[in-house]
Design a protein around this ligand. Structure first.
Ligand SMILES: Cc1ncc(COP(=O)(O)O)c(C=O)c1O
Length: 432
């Protein structure tokens, strides 16, 4: 018997049963986090395979067998996780030539993949054509001649979906809102007719669908409905806008439970959108990232010490903004809890900060936590998405190791970087 961690959006993270080994400690499936730290050190990303499978199954159940579910690789591009998601029948939402290379390295097909990105380079377009993607999401008009050239060079017709900017508010952080007219993404509805005409007039291109992506961490259904209504109105305005259209890519952005508010009810999104899409004969395409892997991961960090200054109590830990950028970049509120049972004593309001030389280097601010001492481990929940994939070497720090747990088995899926790797591409001008 175990108790799910209330801080986690997944029951894969739980506290051990009283009286047994690991009592009161955080476990990932059948493995104690303390045991993983003994083996792999900190900071450490730990992912639950079961949690990832569960989210993939929930999306499939909601959207049905025909839906094309493309995992947004940027959320966490670890090759082992890509393989895991492919094994669940998922395709991929790709945004760079590097991500196409990753698929190839993992020996995965791009046939159920879409290629988006606001500034695609010719070599990336060629790579995506060669990989045989389902369609390109065209975001900027300058891509059209590049796509036409690739069509001529390869003798293939290139399938495209037009990314429309429906000017729908996503109700999310300004840095992760993408479907408003002031954002750089997509083509404004006012210009879309002209771009559709250019696509239809280009013999090497085939208009297959429309794409929208409103932002990340959406918690309500309505923006998805509003976006589809606007795209449908555009398609209905002229037969050329809908001839040959077979797919509607509703983007990703499905919110999970961290911060304020509940996770998005994906079944409710499907319930609203599927009948509308079926009426039009449009196959749904989804691009979830965070929903699939966010709650499946924790970042484990060790307390280095404490400090009181200017009325603030700081808890200094060994993970920093280079390991998990989201709190600094988006003011993201990741739940944090001690891995061991809480120490006795009143909880205190603290700032959990890393060793990087930036005031913005924090994992949490003003967070109520039980008493902590140097050496204690903390679990930062909801860290599976945009954690490891956004990690950097700032302050010459090595990026963390990553571990995938399956039941009682834990496997290292990324080694901690070595110091030699940090500067291996640098050219020492003093060396002959
Ligand atoms: C075009 C596109 N699709 C999908 C996603 C995935 O978003 P999320 O991880 O919030 O589901 C993103 C995120 O930036 C995106 O830009």
């Amino acid at each position: 018997m175990t108790t799910p961690c209330p801080e986690s959006g997944s029951t894969a993270f739980h506290r051990g049963h009283p009286g047994a080994v690991g009592a009161g400690e955080v476990w990932c499936e059948g493995v104690r986090l303390t045991e993983l730290v003994d083996r792999f050190g900190t900071p450490l990303y730990v992912y639950s395979g079961a949690a990832i499978d569960d989210r993939a199954a929930r999306l499939r159940a909601a959207f049905g067998e025909d839906a094309v579910i493309c995992y947004a690789v940027k959320a966490n591009s670890n090759l082992s996780l890509l393989r895991r998601l492919a094994a669940q029948g998922l395709g991929f939402d790709l945004v760079s030539g590097g991500e196409i290379e990753r698929l190839a390295a993992a020996n995965l097909s791009a046939a159920q993949g879409v290629f988006a990105g606001v500034g695609k380079e010719p070599w990336e377009i060629e790579a995506a054509v060669a990989a045989g993607i389902l369609f390109f999401n065209v975001e900027s008009e300058h891509e059209l001649p590049l796509l036409a050239a690739a069509a001529r060079a390869t003798g293939r017709t290139i399938p495209v979906a037009l990314r429309l900017n429906p000017n729908v508010a996503a109700g999310t952080h300004a840095y992760i809102t993408t479907g408003k007219s002031e954002n750089k993404f997509g083509i404004a509805l006012a210009r879309a007719a002209e771009v559709v005409r250019a696509i239809v007039d280009e013999p090497g291109l085939e208009l297959r669908g429309y794409h929208v992506h409103l932002g990340s961490q959406l918690r309500s259904v309505q923006p998805y409905v509003d976006a589809l209504d606007r795209v449908a109105a555009f398609a209905d305005a002229d037969p050329r806008h809908r001839d040959g259209v077979t797919h509607y890519d509703l983007g990703g952005g499905f919110g999970i439970s961290y911060g304020e508010g509940l996770e998005l009810d994906v079944a409710a999104v499907a319930e609203q959108l599927l009948p509308r899409l079926e009426d039009r004969g449009w196959t749904p395409v989804l691009e979830p990232g965070r929903y699939l892997v966010g709650d499946a991961g924790v970042l484990v960090t060790r307390v280095l010490g404490g400090k009181q200054q200017g009325g603030t109590e700081f808890v200094l830990v060994d993970a920093a903004m280079n390991d998990l950028l989201r709190p600094a970049l988006y003011q993201a509120d990741h739940p944090i809890a001690p891995v061991a049972p809480a120490r006795a004593g009143p909880s205190r309001r603290v700032d959990v900060v890393g060793p990087v030389c930036e005031t913005g280097d924090f994992l949490a601010r003003g967070r109520e936590l039980p008493p902590l001492a140097a050496g204690d481990l903390l679990a930062v929940f909801g860290a599976g998405a945009y954690g490891a994939s956004m990690a950097s070497n700032y302050n010459s720090r090595r990026r963390p190791a990553e571990v995938l747990v399956d039941g009682g088995t834990a496997r290292l899926i990324r080694r901690r970087e070595s110091f030699t790797q940090l500067f291996q591409n640098e050219v020492d001008l003093d060396e002959d």
